[in-house]
Design a protein around this ligand. Structure first.
Ligand SMILES: Cc1cc2nc3c(=O)[nH]c(=O)nc-3n(C[C@H](O)[C@H](O)[C@H](O)COP(=O)(O)OP(=O)(O)OC[C@H]3O[C@@H](n4cnc5c(N)ncnc54)[C@H](O)[C@@H]3O)c2cc1C
Length: 395
């Protein structure tokens, strides 16, 4: 069956799914298609965010999804101190993301198991020959490696464990950096999903895109044993996210842009350069796209999103600079010191940092004082070019 839609969104991950839902809510009469290569929307992820990352309208859109919620703050742990922070925290399992989209989108909007082979300003070709026509097309496919951007990597393996008795943890631990520092800045991330269910993620800010899943799983098991917990793994996920420290953003987008198609999602550069997180940015973008979608044609929508991407890039230079210091100036085993120092700062500043909304005063405060890495090395890092964000053997 061929279809004609008002808007087709290619890639049913976090960004694409949020855009589809936002457009559907703002304009129930518009015909929306959400085209996803996989059998489910959202892949195999757990997305988390602080309440302080998002405003009321973003909360309202995310509120459609049954995210797990923790009131009463969160915690960070470093070798020299532990700190309790006030911000409430939420986390959404991609299986719940998928189920919610299937419930809230009309049947003809849901096109899973549909790998797009090519796209143009007004049509999408799905592998196998199906053609979908649409007045506006948004490209939210997975972000590919980039020769135009530079930086390092955030590699992680996460596992949900069911313990044989209550684990006793009441609040999320965003970073437990008291673990051995191996290959870069390493920390364990803990989310108590239930009295006996615990999500544990072993994360590394590292120079190369290497991930030895078996080794990380062994380290998680050792951490679990070290805490005196016993149980079994009931779910797992892995990630390899770019930490962007510089590069030529226009060339990056030009390499991916299809004329007349709006390039969004992590693919379009809508990420926090240092944390690699996208939730606050993706939801704000979805609402902005929904706001104007009915009033502009495909090329105008593409220009609108492109302009937002450029503004986002300009506004996030500070985080790329810090990333440069992290990867270029700090030796892998001393990278944790940068975070250890950062987390001593006032909490509102930390919240704005995660939301990518640091003020000029915040930026000065982050950079002021005795640097945690030698000044000469920091200068060298800032002047250096950085490594391209590509994975071995892939162009
Ligand atoms: C395991 C993991 C955990 C993360 N946790 C967090 C977190 O806690 N908080 C946070 O803010 N960020 C997190 N991130 C980072 C970021 O938010 C996610 O990567 C987010 O999913 C990016 O959204 P996206 O929609 O741009 O891309 P994706 O979610 O990767 O979606 C792209 C979609 O496009 C589909 N696709 C690709 N090619 C085609 C094609 N040819 N045709 C049709 N469909 C196609 C893919 O199957 C995929 O579903 C995490 C990332 C990972 C990998």
């Amino acid at each position: 069956m061929n279809g004609h839609y008002d808007i087709a969104i290619v890639g049913g991950g976090l960004a694409g799914g949020l855009i589809a839902l936002a457009v559907r809510r703002a304009h129930p009469a518009m015909r929306v298609a959400l085209i996803e290569a996989g059998e489910a929307f959202g892949g195999n992820h757990r997305w988390s965010w602080f309440d302080s990352d998002i405003d009321d309208s973003s909360s309202a859109l995310l509120g459609a999804f049954p995210a797990r919620m923790w009131h009463g703050g969160n915690e960070v742990r470093f070798p020299s101190y532990t700190r309790r922070l006030e911000a409430d925290y939420r986390s959404l399992d991609s299986r719940d993301f998928d189920a919610t989209l299937r419930r809230l989108l009309p049947q003809d909007a849901i096109l899973t198991g549909s790998r797009v082979a090519s796209l143009s300003a007004d049509a999408v070709e799905i592998a196998g020959g199906r053609r979908i026509e649409a007045a506006r097309i948004v490209d939210c496919r997975s972000a590919p490696p980039s020769w135009h951007l530079t930086g390092g990597w955030q590699a992680f393996t996460g596992q949900t464990w069911r313990m044989d008795r209550p684990h006793g943890l009441a609040h999320p631990v965003i970073m437990d950096a008291t673990v051995d520092q191996i290959d870069g800045y390493r920390f364990m991330y803990l989310l108590p999903l239930g009295e006996t269910e615990l999500f544990l993620e072993d994360t590394y800010y590292q120079d190369t895109p290497r991930l030895d899943r078996a080794t990380l799983e062994t380290r998680i098991a050792r951490y679990v044993a070290g805490k005196g917990w016993k149980g079994e793994v009931i779910h797992a996920e892995t990630g390899m996210l770019p930490v962007i420290t510089g590069g030529d953003f226009d060339a990056h987008r030009a390499a991916l842009e299809v004329p007349g198609v709006a390039l969004a999602g992590a693919r379009g550069g809508f990420v926090h350069p240092l944390t690699s997180y996208t939730v606050p940015i993706a939801v704000a973008n979805a609402l902005a796209i929904a706001d104007i979608a009915a009033d502009c044609d495909g090329p105008a929508l593409a220009r609108f999103v492109s302009e937002r991407a450029r503004r986002h890039w300009s506004a996030t230079g500070f985080y790329r600079l810090l990333g440069k210091m992290l990867f270029g100036a700090a030796r892998p085993e001393e990278r944790y010191r940068i975070f250890e120092r950062f987390y001593r700062l006032p909490e509102p500043l930390i919240e704005r940092f995660y939301a990518a909304r640091s003020t000029p005063a915040d930026k000065l405060r982050v950079l002021a004082g005795k640097p945690p890495v030698p000044v000469m090395r920091a200068m060298g890092a800032l002047l250096g070019k950085g490594a391209p964000l590509v994975q071995e053997g892939r162009r």
